[in-house]
Design a binder for this molecule. Sequence first.
Ligand code: ADP
Ligand code: ZN
Length: 656
Amino acid sequence: MHFYDVAVEAPLFKTFTYSSELPVSPGQRVSVSFGKRSADGIVLKELSAPEDTTKIKSISSVHEDYPLQSTARLKWLRWISEYYVHPMGLVLQLCYPSLKKGGRPTKKAAIKMSEKLSQSVQLTEEQQKASDSILNLPEFHAHLLYGITGSGKTEVYLDVLEKKIEEGKKGLVLVPEISLTPQLIRRFSERFGDQIAVLHSQLTDREKTNQWWSIVEGDKKILIGARSALFCPIPNLGVIVVDEEHEASFKQEEKLKYHARDCAIMLAKELGIPICLGSATPSLESWKNASEGKYHLHRLTKRVTTENVANIHVIDMRENKKDEDSELPSWMSDYLYQKINETLMEKKQVALFLNRRGLSQIVMCRGCGHTYMCPNCDISLSLHAKTHLTCHYCAFHEDLGDYCKICKVGETKPVGIGTEKVETDIQTLFPNTRTLRMDRDEVNDRITLEDSIRKIENSEIDIIIGTQMIAKGLDFKNLTLVGILLADIGFNIPDFRTGERSFQLLTQVSGRAGRHSQGDVVIQTYNPTFSSLVFAQNKNYEAFAEYELTHRKELFYPPYGKLMSVRIQSLNYTKLKDYIALLEKAVSQYALGSSFQVLGPAPSPIFKIKNKYRYGMLVKAASSKQIREFYLRIQEKLPPPHGVQVLPDIDPLNTF
Ligand code: ADP
Ligand code: ZN
């Protein structure tokens, strides 16, 4: 009889012992009986026979068709479980597709591959050096490919992947979900034909399952996917690419709160393969590593196609007072108006960008001042289509009447600007233009997104109005003017990453203009001297990084210190308050005289979301080990009562 340590797909940190008459390899997926049910799990290692074997159940079945998780991958999965304090069994769930192998998709294949055109370009000297370095250094090395949009980073990835495939290896390319556009897939499939598998959240379970098997069983050579593609056990992996490595969407914000870039680096390390991170605005974490020589830094200093980089004009909106009879809405400067006119005359396209949908129109009563709020969340409702109020957190919605629902006599009035208001104003100002709104209300699935992209490419659209959605990765030949309507949104968020986020966003949005011919960017702001804005205007990432890193160092924020945020929440307010009181005491005891700092627990800025009351706690220390120990100690000494959840987030991207 053999005995095995098995990680069962259940929310538990413990592993369990099972027996088997026939030997089973570590890394093998198996079924076991678990309590009253049957569950899947992975064999971690063989154990010597325990003293008492009477209670040990045997493995019910072995899933021979699934590939083994290699020793290196098992080690990596354990690291994830420990580092992010998440049960191993739940980490394992991410490693397999949800359906059984072999079914056919119900609808036509959602992933269209183009013919292999195989026109590899002659790399520039800078590109060649980067590619050679990635290919020639043996074993694990991390590379940071830093260059503005259009500087040829993707060509370097393609070259490296091509060489790895020639060696019989496979490649993994991680991109932010939103960048996984048909444009990007086309670019890869033009080089590699149908050797590509794609994984993203908008595929059906059947499609995902089929894509997963196509790379695992070997017919496909490259997997392009959003963050979760990382967990696909690609055999014979030779290189990992993480494009737009600074993107916040690589961090999963729920359940297992992992950062796909950081996990990818650990995976490359365990597998002993190169990893290439690419960005025009690298995260400060990566930049610091590169500056200290931990990563190899490769600079691509020029745009390959045109020498043009958009001109950036910053408009101080404080000086944009309008005459009484001005027909321009308050959010539009004379300068931007004039630029839009010129661009339309030249039959080119305009994109107007409004930072995040959250800033939309809210509704107030002119009589009593009542603001329409969500009953489930501490947040104002947003106005859509003139009469429809919705909550962006819980999707609560109600109709808006002409008169206030509290005082019954005051007239209701929208306040603020949102993408909808901008679109309406634009249609009034430019009656014969074709507008397209791209935000999460309008474009909420892949088909609509792809359809919108096609319309823009075919010049069926003159003015695009959008949120973050239009900031990322899109590349349109005819788009020559980008207007950032209110750059200030986001400058004031009380988070230490605000400066970095603002810089990245402004740089990215600016990068949308004039990729193929001369372009202009108009940034409207009330804070023209805000540091991130000035650095973005001067297109000086390196100076920005130096400035920002100095600040971070002083305050011991990442990448210098390590952070964990903990959310403590409950539907039951009394229970929560009682627990928080105990927690406060415990925290002050444990943190006493130690080398870390604990802020809170304190009520979260949005105190209630989906009827759950929320507290937050921020822990800062020199190492993530210290932080985990602190957390585990609290968990052990003060386990939360039933109905109160304590959710840790290691290396949080949002700290407020
Ligand atoms: P990035 O990924 O940095 O945004 P890309 O790799 O997409 O840059 O390159 C921008 C454009 O320049 C693409 O159309 C690409 O085909 C072209 N390009 C890149 N490198 C070369 C090269 N060495 N020779 C010719 N064209 C190139
Ligand atoms: Zn709500």
